[in-house]
Design a protein around this ligand. Sequence first.
Ligand code: FAD
Ligand code: AMP
Length: 475
Amino acid sequence: MSDQYDVVVIGAGPAGYPCAIRAAQNKLKVACIDEWKNLDGSYAYGGTCLNAGCIPSKALLESTELFHRAQTEFSAHGIKVGELGFDVATMQKRKAQIVKASTQGITGLFKAAGVTGLQGHGRLLSGNRVEYTAADGAKKELVAKHVVIASGSVPMELKSVPFDGKTVVDSWGALEFDAVPKRLGVIGAGVIGLELGSVWRRIGAEVVVLEALEQFLFMADQQLAKEALKHFKKQGLDIRLGAKVDGLDRGKDGLTLKYTDTSGSKTVTVDKVVVAIGRRPYGKDLLGDGTGVEIDERGFVKVDHECRTSAAQVWAVGDVVRGPMLAHKGKEEGVMVADLIAGLVSEVNYKVIPSVIYTAPEIAWVGSTEEEVEKTGRPYKVGSFPFMASGRARAMEAPAGFAKIIAAVDDDEILGVHIIGAMAGELIAEAVLAMEYSASTEDLQRTIHAHPTLSEALHEAALAADKRAIDFPNR
Ligand code: FAD
Ligand code: AMP
C-alpha cells in the first residue's frame, strides 16, 4: 500500500526544507525526500547551500579574512603578534563542524515540526505519486495531494576544461582543498569565483581570475563594480576581463589555461583550476512518464509567478526554477508555496531580493542599478556617503567603500540601494525592508539611526539624495 501525504517535497535544500516545515506548521501531513550525500558517503539535509555553498564558503571567508586582518590591520591597533602562520587543516575542521551543526539542525527541525524526512531519491510519477528509493535500493510509493519540486542546481561544466576532481574542480572542490595552491586559476568572475578566489588569495595563493565578459560584475551597479575591482586588484587578485577560456594543456610545469582576449590567444599556467562559470538546474531522473511537468530549453522547470508548474498540484521552487539562484529567494518561494497549498494568501516580491557578495569589502544591493534606472527615463536622484566619513567605520579600521541610494524625483520612492563596505550584507537589510514598504528617502531621513554605527552611512546617503547630508559635504 502506498503512503499518503498532503505534501511531498523533493529536495531538502534552502528551498525545500523551509517549504516542508511551513507546510507542517500549516497542519498538513508532509514528507521531504533528499538524496544529498557528502564526500564520505553519508546523507545530509541542507542541499548545496549548507553542505557545499553558502555556509562552508562563509566559514572559510571568515577564517581567511581574520588572517588577512591580522597581517594588515593589527599593527595599527598596537597589537603585536609574532610571526603569523596559517593551518589549513584547522580551518577545514572548523568549517566541517559548522556545516555539520547546520545540517543536523534540519533533522531536529523536521522532528520538531512533524515532517517525515526520507533520505534517498525521489521521482515524480503521473497522478501525483512519488517513487522513493532508499539507500538500500528499496522502493516505496508515496501518494501526495501536492508535490513540490526543489531539486536545486549543479555547477556548469566547461567542456574545454573538464573537471577531474583533483586539479580541475568545481566550487565544492575549491572549498575542500587541504593545502593552499601556489598558483590558482579561477574561471569566471561571478559571485562564487570572487569569493573562492578571495579565500585562497588571502592565505597566500597567487590567484588569476579569467572572466569572459569585458564588464566586471555586469549585474551590479557599475559605480560599485568599479570600486570593487580597485580593492580586489589591491589585494592581489589578478582579474583579467574579456578573457574567454577555451582550452587546457597539462604539462610538467602545471596546468596551462588557454584563453582569448581582444589582443589574441594567451595562456596562463597554474597548479589548480576552479571552474566557476555558473550553475544549471538539476533534474536527473526526477520526472517519470506522463507527469505533465514542462521543462524549458535551459532545463528549468516552468512555473508561474506563484511557482505552479504546468501539472495540477505540482509546484517547483528554488534554483530549479527561473530567477536568481539564491538561497533566500528559494526559501521565500518554498514558504509561499506551503502557504498557498494551505489556502493562505502569500506572494514573493521578486523586485526586492537582496544580492550579497561576501568579499572584503562586502558588496550588497537591492532594487535597480543606476544604469537600469537611467534606461527607464524616469528622473532620478542619487545620494552617496563614503564609509571614510563614518566615525564607526574609521574606528573599525574599515574606511573603504560607500552607500548609495537611488530614488525617483517625482515621488521620492527608493528605487535601488547599493553598498560596498564592511558589513554591507547586514546593512542592506534595512534597505530591503524600506523598499518592501515602498519607503521614500524622506522616510529613511526621518528614521533615527544609532550613533556611531555603520547604518548611519545609509541614513546620510538618504539625506544626501536631497543634498541635506550632515556629515559629508553635499555636491
Ligand atoms: P539545493 O540547495 O541545490 O538543494 C537541492 C537538494 O535536492 C539537494 O540536496 C539535492 O541532493 C536534492 N535532490 C535533487 N534531486 C533530488 C531527487 N530527485 N530526489 C531527492 N533529492 C533530490 N546563495 C545565497 O543566497 N547566499 C550565498 O552566500 C551563497 N553562496 C554560495 C556559495 C557557493 C560556493 C555555491 C555553490 C552556492 C552559493 N549560493 C548562495 C547559492 C545557493 O547555494 C543556492 O541558491 C541554494 O542552495 C538553492 O537552494 P535549492 O533548495 O533550490 O537547491
Ligand atoms: P555566475 O553566473 O555569477 O556564477 O558567474 C559566472 C561567470 O563566468 C560569468 O561572469 C561568465 O561570464 C563567466 N564565464 C563563463 N564562461 C567562461 C569562460 N569560458 N571563460 C571565462 N569566463 C567565463
